[in-house]
Design a protein around this ligand. Sequence first.
Ligand SMILES: [Zn+2]
Length: 134
Amino acid sequence: MKSQSESTPKKMYWSDNVRGTRQCPDCQTALVPKCHSYLMVLRHGESMDSRIVGSGGGHFCTACPVVVLDRARFDDYAATTRAARTASDYVVLGLVDLSAVPEDKRHLPFDEVNNPLPLVMFTNLHQSLETRRS
Ligand SMILES: [Zn+2]
């Protein structure tokens, strides 16, 4: 069994859209919970606010690039980062591979030019946004 690299683009499922966090919905392999960071975008009416959240809540397939996110855990992350409860909704865009950040830059804020966020976007993001809306 080959382990998936941290930077491999992943297909994301919400735990409440599949049969929980125990089995991969694509290949039925047992999922493994792993600590990771994620980029969450919260919507406050017209404005957006992005946060890095983690580290629990992700259940990874060891056989294919699938991650199942625990909806309850991410609802908690959204609730605790929600400024004055003004955010109406949130999306999780992908995995943040913090290990890809050079050590001498880890204390710096992310910046498009000098210290880009090592975001690994979910490959089925569009699809998951559709699911969320329905
Ligand atoms: Zn799988």
